[in-house]
Design a protein around this ligand. Structure first.
Ligand code: ATP
Ligand code: MG
Length: 413
């Protein structure tokens, strides 16, 4: 991609935002705020989201889940069936010209349960796991912290159906492992899992996946040396007390909730009278689980963790491009030629590269922009680099000279 053609450039000055991720994502040209809690993802932001979604897709498919896509406009009658038309306070309700009322999807139990009812009959059809990755709408009272809390946002939600509780618990553990892999692959190595009550959406237990950062809204009580963690709202332990598992002193820190999984039991199977015939020929309600990951929130969480005073530092796996190629001294025909040749070779080798080809911008400005955008590897071609390329990691200060072929070999092996 030529930077001169990229839609959504860096901005020198942005207004003061409450959160660092919002400031950096707006300034670097990843997102645009439409209104409180409503965002457009610009090409750079969309590329990051797609990377995250594909990691999630791979890990969901690996545990046998199948991808579908459910609608966002939900007939009122379905939400009345579960009693949630009246009880969910963040539900966006809308009326059509034809006197029909709808909810804008905040979650999808009201669609998936009647959908599955159309297709399953017997225990042989179970277990079943379906997921989708789409927008959600929630009428959040105070959307702040940028894309960490939107009124419209991206989510992956997975729903599973089981013949009994034991089978649900078996799958639930598999999802926990898949979630840890997903967050790990997105660069979030240290995830604190807390057990909580189900909140608005269910009375059964749930587990939250949290990333420690001062930018978070959640207060976590956790053990710095083992996996013990509690959400402060329900905590039985206080900071300074000893960990019940390993006797280390507990700490309290802020965290962002990036995922949440729930045991729904037969709450929704009952509402929609979804039944199956078991081995003994008896009719029963399937036990359900639901499992969410905030895909757009993840973008914000990653930026909160990976940035410095100059800008974002994307983990390789979710970076919008593999390389940021900067051409300096482009008024020199030979240098310009070398830049375009390198750009072409990299593209031929399917290495994604953002090429700063602008010839009306100073070297300093290009370098500042590269640091702000945060692509993990920066290349410079200039008069000084002669036949070689200067290469530097965004997270490091030392650079070295490398040959283009050598670079391509390293990246393709
Ligand atoms: P929170 O406690 O942060 O309000 P929640 O518990 O209501 O979130 P869930 O219903 O568990 O959210 O949704 C699954 C995931 O979707 C959350 O773990 C979070 O990552 C993401 N998410 C929820 N609400 C928002 C929002 N308003 N904006 C962005 N992401 C969100
Ligand atoms: Mg939650």
């Amino acid at each position: 991609m030529l930077y001169s053609k990229l839609f959504g450039k860096t901005q020198k000055e942005v207004k003061k935002y409450e959160s660092k991720n919002q400031e950096l994502l707006v300034k670097a040209g990843f997102i645009d705020q439409v209104a409180a809690g409503i965002y457009t993802l610009l090409p750079l932001g969309k590329r990051v989201l797609t990377k995250i979604e594909n990691i999630i897709r791979e890990e969901m498919n690996n545990i046998g889940a199948q991808e579908i896509e459910m609608p966002l406009l939900h007939p009122k009658i379905l939400w009345e069936k579960t009693g949630r038309w009246q009880t969910v306070d963040i539900l966006f309700k809308t009326k059509s010209e034809h006197h029909q009322e709808y909810a804008l999807a905040p979650t999808h139990e009201e669609i998936i349960t009647p959908l599955v009812k159309k297709f399953i009959r017997s225990y042989k059809d179970l277990p079943l796991a379906l997921y989708h990755i789409t927008a959600k709408f929630r009428d959040e009272p105070r959307p702040k912290s940028g894309i960490l809390r939107g009124r419209e946002f991206g989510m992956k939600d997975l729903y599973s159906f089981h013949k009994d509780k034991e089978d649900l618990h078996h799958f639930y553990q598999k999802v926990i492992q898949a979630y840890l892999k997903i967050f790990n692959r997105c660069g979030l190595k240290e995830i604190k899992i807390t057990e909580a009550s189900g909140g608005t959406f269910t009375k059964k237990f749930s587990h939250e996946f949290n990333v420690l950062t001062p930018a978070g809204e959640v207060d976590l009580i956790f053990c710095p040396s083992c996996s013990f963690a509690q959400n402060k709202e329900i905590a039985t332990k206080k900071p300074g007390e000893l960990c019940p598992k390993c006797h280390t002193q507990l700490k309290k820190e802020k965290a962002i909730e990036v995922g949440n999984i729930f045991d729904l039991d037969d709450r929704f199977s009952q509402s929609f009278d979804l039944r199956f015939v078991d081995k003994n020929g008896e009719e029963r309600y399937p036990i359900m689980g639901c499992y969410g990951i905030g895909t757009t929130r993840l973008i914000g969480a990653i930026v909160e963790i990976y940035h410095d005073e100059k800008g974002i530092i994307w983990p390789k796996t979710v970076a919008p491009f593999q390389l940021h190629l900067i051409g300096l001294n482009l008024e020199d025909k030979r240098v310009k030629n070398r830049c375009y040749k390198a750009y072409q070779r990299l593209q031929e080798k399917k290495i994604s590269v953002l090429f700063d080809d602008r010839d009306d911008v100073s070297a300093g400005e290009k370098l500042t922009d590269a640091d702000l955008i945060g692509i993990p590897v920066r290349l410079i071609i200039s008069k000084k680099t002669a036949d070689q390329i200067e290469i530097k990691n965004r997270a490091q200060t030392i650079s070295k000279l490398i040959d283009l072929n050598q670079l391509i070999n390293e990246l393709t092996n």
